[in-house]
Design a protein around this ligand. Structure first.
Ligand SMILES: Cc1cc2nc3c(=O)[nH]c(=O)nc-3n(C[C@H](O)[C@H](O)[C@H](O)COP(=O)(O)O)c2cc1C
Length: 171
């Protein structure tokens, strides 16, 4: 059952424990349609995505990403990458990729799939790890990894709203 937008946003949590159920093939297109619906500077759409569902590849990610121990237990992961060259707003590509990453998390939540955002860019050893593991071309920069799977844990929605962080018409 798909959720309404605000309910999805407020209920999204990082899910790091997954069942063994694989993701249906149709899920990836839904997640990536959501990713590519993100806004981007000058509508430059600098993103590229690598779906990783090969268990041998998933198992190797913790060798170079120290905060990824949930990944070998995930059904799949999506590496969000940026094409950093020949862009009208070159310096803004990480923000574009962040918006795409968040859209994947929200789409996954709406579809009942657990997810976590794992930071990659600008940490060079992690970026090199993905470049070597997946044979990325030189102008493709790994930005984030989203770990995915049907949830084997539940988490309550967080309530982080803090009115003290809100300022109006100046600080
Ligand atoms: C830029 C970024 C990098 C993150 N990197 C990791 C990571 O490497 N490993 C991990 O388990 N969680 C990672 N997270 C998830 C955060 O730990 C998580 O979002 C935060 O603790 C808040 O919890 P919630 O997502 O359940 O609301 C990352 C989140 C962001 C936005």
């Amino acid at each position: 059952m798909e959720q309404k937008a605000l309910e999805t946003i407020m209920s999204r949590r990082s899910i790091r424990s997954y069942t063994e159920q694989p993701l249906e093939d149709t899920i990836y297109e839904q997640l990536l349609r959501a990713a590519m619906a993100a806004p981007s500077a000058h509508n430059q759409q600098p993103w590229e995505f690598v779906i990783i569902d090969d268990r041998k590849l998933l198992n190797r990610i913790p060798e170079f990403h120290p905060y990824s121990k949930m990944v070998p237990g995930a059904a799949a992961a999506i590496l969000v990458c940026g094409r950093s060259k020949d862009l009208p707003a070159k310096e803004l590509w990480p923000q574009d990729c962040a918006a795409a990453t968040q859209n994947i998390l929200l789409a996954a939540t709406a579809l009942g799939i657990g997810s976590v955002w794992l930071g990659v860019y600008p940490k060079e050893p992690m970026m090199k790890g993905f470049r070597d593991l997946l044979g990325l071309p030189g102008d493709i920069v790994p930005f984030s990894l989203v770990s995915l799977g049907y949830p084997a844990e539940t988490k309550d929605p967080s309530n982080r709203y803090d009115p003290a962080r809100v300022h109006k018409n100046g600080w």
